[in-house]
Design a protein around this ligand. Sequence first.
Ligand SMILES: NC(=O)c1ccc[n+]([C@@H]2O[C@H](COP(=O)([O-])OP(=O)(O)OC[C@H]3O[C@@H](n4cnc5c(N)ncnc54)[C@H](OP(=O)(O)O)[C@@H]3O)[C@@H](O)[C@H]2O)c1
Length: 302
Amino acid sequence: MGHPHTSFSTFLSTMVSKDDPDSSRWWSEKTIVAVTGGNKGIGFALVKRLAELGLTVILTCRDESRGREAVEKLKEQGFHVEFFHLDVVVQSSIEAFVTWLTATFGGLDILVNNAAVSFNEINENSVEHAETVIKTNFYGPKLLTEALLPLFRRSETISRVFNISSRLGLLNVSNPVVREILENEEKLSQKGIDFVVNRFLEDVKIGLWKDEGWPKVWTDYSVSKLALNAYSRLLAKRFEKHRLSINCFCPGFTQTGMTQGRGIHTADTAAEVGAKLILLPPNKLPTGVFFSGSKPFLYSNL
Ligand SMILES: NC(=O)c1ccc[n+]([C@@H]2O[C@H](COP(=O)([O-])OP(=O)(O)OC[C@H]3O[C@@H](n4cnc5c(N)ncnc54)[C@H](OP(=O)(O)O)[C@@H]3O)[C@@H](O)[C@H]2O)c1
C-alpha cells in the first residue's frame, strides 16, 4: 500500500508546503467533518482551522459543558461550529451520534479521530491506567469508525478517516510474537491486533510488561497507538478501492494538556499541518499512510 518513498514524499512536500490549501480547494460548506475530543488541545485547534477553511465542522466532546464552552469560545472568534456530546468509549454515545448525524446531515465526509488520553508525566512510565488508555485510544476510534462507516458519502468525493496517532506507536516492539503478527501485511488481521492488545494487558496484569519487549516510553499509550496504526492499515486495505481513505498523523511534540504544556510547537501549528493533510485533493490523496511531524513530513508504512 502507499507509494515509493522518494517520489511520494517529494510530491507531498510540494503539496503540503503550500501556504494556501485553498489553491487546491475541493471542499465546501457542504463538506461535513467531525472531530473527537474537540474541546481543547489539537482537537480544538483542528476544529478552528477546518471551520476557518470553510467546512461544516462538528466539534464533539465527552463533557457537555466543556464542549459548549469551546463552541462559545469559537463563536467569539467568529467561527460557527456544530456540537455533539460524544464520549468515544461509551457505545450508547456513539449510537446517539450516528442517529443525530444521519438525521441532521444525512452523512459524513471526514472523521478525525483525535480524542485520546495519557496518564503519564513526560518522564514517567506507569501502566496503572493501561486499560483506560487502550480503551480510549484504540477501541474508541475503532468502534466510532466502524459505526460511522455506512454514513460516509463516498460518492461525492473520497471520504476520509484521519487518525491522530503518534510516532510512539510505530513498531518499536522487540517481542518476536508481536512483531510477527504486526509486520506481515498479508496476514495482519483484526484478531491479530486484538491478540496483541490483550497480551499486553495480560502482561500488565501479571507484572511482566517491562520484560516482554513492549515499547520503552509511555508503554500503554505506545501500544494503544501501535494498535490504532495497525487497525488503520487494515481498514485502508479493506476500503482501498471504495473511495474511503484512512491515514494516520503524528502531530509531533505539541504544547497541550497531554504534554503539560511542553512541546516544540503550538496546537495551532500542528492543526495547520493536520488540516492540509486532511484536505489533500482527491487525486493526490493516499491511503494507509503514516504522516509524521509538523513540517513537511517523513513518510513510512503505518
Ligand atoms: N500533544 C502531543 O505532543 C501529541 C503528540 C503525538 C500525538 N498526540 C495526539 O494528539 C491527539 C490530541 O492530543 P492533545 O495533545 O491535544 O491532548 P489533550 O489536550 O489532552 O486533548 C485530548 C482530548 O481528548 C479528549 N478525550 C479523552 N478521552 C475521551 C473520550 N473518552 N471521549 C471523547 N473525548 C475524549 C479530551 O477530553 P477532556 O478535555 O474531557 O479530557 C480532550 O479533548 C491525541 O490523539 C494524542 O494522542 C499528541
